[in-house]
Design a protein around this ligand. Structure first.
Ligand SMILES: Cc1ncc(COP(=O)(O)O)c(C=O)c1O
Length: 322
């Protein structure tokens, strides 16, 4: 299919759904990954950023020239910086001080004003990663997009990611398995699948240390622990985490995610990031419960190039105890 675009902004969406041949043979069922690293900034968050800004614009909440602010593990920050260039906004982003260098180095040339949140602060601190953007927005009159609580995030996936998957598979698949960060992807696609009365089970993947898994399983809020994987999990219950459309949840560790990320690169030859390793680790854990011959659809949110100085660096892995 030819993809001809009037602007690079239109190159967002319509990403390929790719069969993972090696894993499919090893596991005994078909695994298809929607490769979001083909998007202009290299991640799924391009969809979210474009949708959220355009919707806020349409509703009269923002206009060209305004300042937007957001907290992001890095990918949303890059996507917002990219979309802001095209739609004429100024951008401030709050990032965790553990953000990978690759993401950080790309944020500056895209014109974003970067503010670091100290990850050692308790979540309830007004200067913590989760609270600082809101505080600065209130104080300075910036528009806070709030991808963690603003359901426009889920809507972006309901309106673009989900129908694309539906079309690419003719609705014929048994599982949709995706990582849960803000919850936008799994929530938006999950809602679409439930409304379609699709046969597919919706499975979310959480990272050890995050609170989602225990909340989903036992309605218990555990004390969060530190983890290194970027993109998945949270230390709070957030508004975009829509548990009502999720049939099951699998928890994986940093170690499992990084190890499967390496296998993904080396054996499958797919250059996807750490959270893609996490979903493959989750599918591996479900191997015995997924019937032979089933069809599994998953999402690879970003690219391995984002992690050259972290999970793809042996020294970094050693230094962090992996
Ligand atoms: C690398 C990566 N993977 C997965 C996710 C999770 O996607 P969502 O926020 O839609 O739950 C994110 C979100 O930031 C991400 O950056």
């Amino acid at each position: 299919m030819e993809k001809k675009c009037d602007s690079i902004l239109d190159a967002i969406e319509n990403t390929p759904l790719v069969r993972l041949n090696k894993f499919s043979e090893d596991f005994g069922f078909d695994i298809f990954a929607k490769c979001e690293f083909f998007s202009p900034t290299g991640s799924i968050k391009d969809r979210t950023a474009k949708y959220m800004i355009k919707k806020a614009e349409k509703e009269g909440k923002i206009k060209k020239g305004d300042t937007l602010i957001e907290n992001s593990s890095g990918n949303m920050a890059l996507s917002l910086a990219f979309v802001s260039i095209h739609l004429g906004y100024k951008l401030k982003v709050v990032v965790r001080d553990t953000i990978s260098n690759e993401k950080l180095k790309m944020l500056y040339p895209l014109g974003a004003d970067v503010i670091f949140a100290d990850t050692s602060l308790p979540p309830e601190s007004e200067d913590s990663y989760n609270n600082l953007a809101k505080k600065l927005a209130k104080k300075n009159g910036y528009y806070y997009l709030d991808q963690h609580n603003n359901r426009d995030n889920n809507e972006a996936h309901y309106n673009s990611t989900a129908p694309e998957i539906w079309e690419q598979t003719n609705g014929d698949f048994d599982y949709f398995i995706a990582g849960m960060g803000t919850g936008g992807t799994v929530g938006g696609v999950g809602k679409f699948l439930k409304e379609k009365r699709a046969k597919a089970k919706v499975i979310a993947v959480d990272i050890e240390g995050s609170i989602f898994y225990d909340y989903f399983k036992n309605k218990k809020l555990i004390k969060p622990k530190h983890y290194f994987l970027e993109g998945l999990g949270d230390e709070f219950l957030i508004g975009c985490a829509d548990f009502s459309v999720i049939d099951g949840m699998v928890q994986v560790s940093d170690k499992e995610s990084f190890s499967f990320n390496k296998t993904l690169l080396r054996e499958e030859g797919v250059l996807a990031g750490g959270s893609s390793g996490a979903v493959i680790a989750a599918i591996y854990k479900m191997k015995n419960e997924i019937k032979k011959g089933s069809k599994v659809v998953t999402i690879f949110p970003d690219s391995a190039f984002r992690y050259l100085s972290t999970i793809l660096d042996e020294n970094w892995l050693k230094a962090k105890g992996f």
